[in-house]
Design a protein around this ligand. Sequence first.
Ligand code: PLP
Length: 399
Amino acid sequence: MQIYLDYNATAPPAPGVVDAVCRVLRDTPGNPSSIHAPGQKARAVLDDARRSVADLIGARASDLVLTGSGTEADNLAIRGAVDALNTGNRRRLITTVIEHEAVLATCAAMEARGWRITRLPVDRSGIVAPAALDAALNEEPDAGLVSVMHANNEVGTLQPIAELAALARAHGAWFHTDAVQTVGKVPVSVDALGVDMLSLSGHKFGGPKGTGALWVRRGLRLLAQQTGGKQERSRRAGTENVAGLAGLGVAASYAHATLQSVAPAVAARRDRLERGLLDGVPGTHVNGAVESRVPNTTNISFDGVEAELLLIALDLEGIAVSTGSACSSGTLEPSHVLTAMGLSASRARTSLRFSLGADTTDADIATVIARVPALVDKLRRLSQTAASIGNRPSVGAKK
Ligand code: PLP
């Protein structure tokens, strides 16, 4: 039996999503840009999906650009804003050290193009202090764009976005938030957050992989990053993935209808898992803010245990977890998020992320709580044995 606790990497399709994708692929073959009836039928499918996504974030449908991923939405926000602002004298971008690679690498690319980048630090719990943004904005009045993620993918910490966005606005800078890890998990309202742009990704809340959206405040002029067509009001050229986006719309409607009841149930299971692991395994610590975080995520350090080894041991028992960002797992680099929070590289290497979803059951949690202590114990004993072998002079070694 598989126990899946890696919802922050991707979530299984929500009810109705697979059917919607298949139905649209089969029954709606038109191109949404065509003016004939089959084209208009495909256009109607896109319009529905757009409305459902907009409802989920309290936005107007016409202010959404449908994209091929959360990464693409982040790229469009940052590159599109930079291109729009490039001729002015506000050529500085402020972001944080804990962003997802989609933002970090895009900011680095803008740095290579001559933009100045300020990367704000976070405290031990992973939170960006509004005072730090205020200081950065006051330092020099040249910030054009601020990009701060809503929740971190590795530890789940939520940022005080409304406060940060208000500061940016007061200084005349645009504010983008990567809300890939919050949309569909906690209530998100673009107006309550007060942001100018917001990225989301379908597969993080039950939509198909390869779907996403960027919400852009009306009146904000972004420059398209893909050219060659007038789709998405000339902000994203290319025929839309109609079937995939139909699935995104279904996932958005489902999340909208169930969020209020699902989120507390998921949080209760996450808390039970966390408590069970902290009580059942000595030498464990929770990383990141415990109060201000998404309801489904916990990131735990297991002293003396290489997290990659524990991940593999759990996988062999049919339990899927992660060491952090899916994109950077498979490398032995310590997490940039945990080290930015002040954890040592060696502690960061002992940290595992458990991320739950609507389908996680009480039985799943009980099984994980029951299995982890013995696995951790075994790995600790193995690493002590390996260390003692390493300290022993090997046979025939020169003195
Ligand atoms: N931003 C954050 C915070 C993420 O966690 C992810 C995916 O892990 C992305 C962006 C990228 O989204 P996508 O997988 O849709 O490209």
